[in-house]
Design a protein around this ligand. Structure first.
Ligand SMILES: [Zn+2]
Length: 200
């Protein structure tokens, strides 16, 4: 019987080192090299520059198998931070993006982190459509974003972990945090795969 390489079964190489995959998502060596970093209320794995390929694959290429190893590293960081999270949720995307991709990468990641930590994942947020913001000034973007997110139900917990794939300016995180706090959240912490620059 011929030997079958695991990469032939999984159909991919490690997106970080290009080596042979010995588990789904990323290889064990690369996973061991991912160490969660903490800045204030945010846990992240590395800069966007270093993890760009990984983030893109999770987002655009049906790469949900990446979520588990990334979530394991993030969950370790969250546990070490001692935040006493009571529930986990994710930044919602728009329905047609889910329709196109089949899933919301932030939600897939959040559910895996919830599983690792033994904390419940709860879908509590909604997102309104806002026109493309890339050509607007930062001030206009910030005010548009403020009304973009809303809480859809009574919050069953006070201390939340909010999961997204990337931290860019922090504007999205702050907009969601405001919505959660307005609905009664006491504390909101964040976990993302990559930060565009050192978050503050
Ligand atoms: Zn690797």
């Amino acid at each position: 019987m011929p030997l079958v390489k695991i990469e032939e079964i999984l159909g991919a190489r490690c997106p970080l080192c290009g080596g042979q995959l010995d588990q789904p998502g990323i290889c064990r060596d690369c996973e061991a090299g991912l160490r969660a970093d903490r800045r204030g209320n945010l846990i992240y794995l590395d800069t966007y520059r270093n993890l760009k390929g990984l983030v893109r694959r999770l987002k655009y290429r049906g790469g949900s198998s990446l979520a588990r190893p990334l979530a394991r590293s993030l969950a370790k960081g969250v546990a070490e931070a001692g935040w006493q999270i009571e529930a986990i949720t994710s930044v919602p995307t728009l329905w047609w993006r889910i329709y196109l991709r089949g899933y919301n990468p932030a939600e897939v990641l959040a559910k895996e982190i919830a599983g690792e930590l033994g904390v419940e994942y709860i879908r509590v947020l909604g997102r309104r459509y806002a026109p493309s913001q890339t050509r607007r000034s930062p001030d206009v973007r910030a005010s548009l974003r403020a009304g973009t997110f809303y809480v859809r139900r009574q919050l069953p917990a006070r201390r939340w972990l909010l999961v997204d794939d990337v931290w860019t300016t922090g504007g999205t995180f702050r907009a969601v945090e405001r919505a959660l706090r307005a609905a009664g959240a006491e504390a909101v912490f964040g976990a993302v795969i990559a930060a565009s620059k050192k978050p503050v």
